[in-house]
Design a binder for this molecule. Structure first.
Ligand SMILES: C[S@@+](CC[C@H](N)C(=O)[O-])C[C@H]1O[C@@H](n2cnc3c(N)ncnc32)[C@H](O)[C@@H]1O
Length: 271
């Protein structure tokens, strides 16, 4: 049986990310290899065909998820009793893709209707709690433990928030945990401008509102963040291309606006 799905604006973009992970998984050599994505796509009553114009973004979305998975595994290796706060989880299967130690905690957060849909499609996931709220509300934080190292993941989220809400959310997380890591993706200002012109984004009636400042400046604005890693999506995608395409992409990755179009950032903090 398929699930009727009515999502709009920034919520509809979770279907785009899901579909692109399913497309990646159909490749002979997938970048991510998310075996859950196609199964979930097949169970959703939505015209995914109209996202066909996004196909070229599959390597980007798969590369992003792969990098976030790697940083999640790295965190759990170092903190088997840690907490993963998976903000804007959408329909991403990350808690199923990652081997989680029994001592770790995991909390998925997204809008209430997204969390309901997620639970209908995945059922309860062992060791995972789900909170349905906008991340910019305050009340849900009361449900989040404060006594353990945390990995705060925000994949495909911050660009949809107003800049003041990005600052408030980051500072709220930094006050909440004694120590941890913050991982997110940020787009360049020119990407913020053009994203809303993309046909699927226009149909969803959404666009980007926040662009990534210089990574060191972001850390200064949000003490005690310290920058641990900064990866260019374009540069990482090159690693999954044929030799000829890789040479061209790597050359392009030296051009700052291309290099910084989308970056994956990892920060550490100890209060
Ligand atoms: C591009 S999707 C990414 C979903 C998921 N991280 C993935 O990679 O598949 C954007 C997600 O951000 C969520 N989102 C946007 N604004 C939000 C907010 N204020 N509070 C909670 N979730 C939000 C949407 O519901 C959606 O799930």
């Amino acid at each position: 049986m398929t699930e009727q799905v009515r999502l709009s604006q920034e919520k509809e973009t979770l279907l785009m990310a899901l579909y692109l992970r399913a497309l990646d998984n159909r490749r002979r050599t997938p970048i991510l290899g998310d075996r859950f994505a196609q199964d979930v796509v097949d169970r959703i009553d939505y015209d995914f065909g109209r996202l066909g114009n996004l196909k070229g973004n599959a390597p980007l979305i798969a590369t992003r998820a792969r990098q976030f998975d790697a940083w999640t595994r790295d965190f759990l290796d170092g903190h088997p009793d840690g907490l993963v706060l998976h903000l804007a989880c959408g329909l991403d299967s990350r808690p199923l893709r990652i081997d989680r130690p029994a001592t770790a905690q995991w909390i998925d957060v997204d809008y209430p209707d997204v969390i309901e849909l997620r639970q209908r499609l995945y059922g309860p996931i062992d060791g995972v709690r789900a909170l349905g709220s906008s991340v910019i509300e305050e009340a849900w934080w009361d449900e989040v433990p404060t006594d353990r190292p945390a990995l705060v993941l925000a994949e495909g989220l911050l660009m949809y928030l107003a800049p003041d809400d990005v600052d408030r959310l980051v500072d709220r997380a930094l006050r909440h945990f004694p120590t941890g890591r913050l991982v997110f993706d940020g787009v360049a200002p020119w990407v913020k401008t053009v994203a809303g012109m993309q046909p699927s984004m226009r149909r969803a009636d959404t666009g980007f509102r926040w662009a990534m400042p210089a990574p060191e400046a972001f850390a200064k604005k949000h003490p005690p963040l310290r920058l641990l890693d900064e990866r260019s999506a374009v540069d990482l995608i090159a690693g999954h291309q044929s030799a000829a395409a890789r040479a061209v992409t790597r050359a392009l990755a030296h051009v700052p606006p291309v290099r910084d179009a989308m970056r994956f950032l990892r920060y550490g903090f100890t209060s």
